[in-house]
Design a protein around this ligand. Sequence first.
Ligand SMILES: [Zn+2]
Ligand SMILES: [Zn+2]
Length: 343
Amino acid sequence: MRPEDILVPTPAGVCCKLGAFHIDPTRPVERALITHAHSDHARAGHGAVLATQETLDLMRLRYGENFAGSTQAAAYGESLALGGAKVTFHPAGHVLGSALIAVEADGLRVVASGDYKNVADPTCAPFELVPCDVFITEATFALPVFRHGEPGGEIAKLLRSVALFPERAHLVGAYSLGKAQRVIALLRRAGYDAPVYLHGAMEKITRYYESRGIALGELRLVSGATKQNLAGTITICPPSALNDLWTRRFPDPLAAFASGWMRVRARARQQGVSLPLVISDHADWDGLTATIAATGAGEIWVTHGQEDALVHWCGTRGLKARPLDIVGYGDEDDEPVSGEAEA
Ligand SMILES: [Zn+2]
Ligand SMILES: [Zn+2]
């Protein structure tokens, strides 16, 4: 059996003919296995969806009750037989509920990683290394320039700024699923115990994290606060809100943005971010290359991001590698804030 007999790239995403399913399909399919709930991986409109309970719940929160014909929850570590294939979900360390999906047949194991990070995160289960023959990796930050460093140092930078400018409001742009909750949890770990304010678009998902036992301390909605109340506070908002009229309700707002992209200064400047915070939910260059090596896989398939650099690196290590060229995966998701946003 060849790896392509287990998983084959198609325009709709990788497909397992043996098990009659796709992983993270970008178009509606009969049966989808979903790695995590970011909108480029988890789309509405599939027949049957198999994913972790958290991913199913988050999809339901975003897309409504009827986001799929039927759903089935997969627990981490539990193997299921689908047709002639065995599938197992393992923690990917990316966001709450995120999973690597291992697909096995005939003694050959292919692991589809979705997005992952091999760095501690208080808001989700830690990344689990799964030895395999073929590893399908993301490549969002697959350039040697991307080295993310310690998130604690970035949080300290934010807290220093808050102490320095007690009359200003600090706005922290963060993706609404995963990054927002991680930034709050990191603030709490750093000893920050004042209320953290939320943009309305963050509320549902953040409350869901709390319902899964992730302690985030006292949270308040911006919509309930006056301008004076907001002096000296920290508010978490979607990145797109940083350049919005919405910011006028804050006293002398100072824009921060928590993202792996903040390593690129020009990008921070372009987006009007005065306090870039390099906090990423994706593995950096060292994380990607270390993980690839540790899986023991002899063959690497590379998807969404800087495929070329990672394929090249694999070549220098004697690993067989190819880009998958699947259209439709982005770096992370930042949906328009209009619908969910407060009035
Ligand atoms: Zn993601
Ligand atoms: Zn992704």
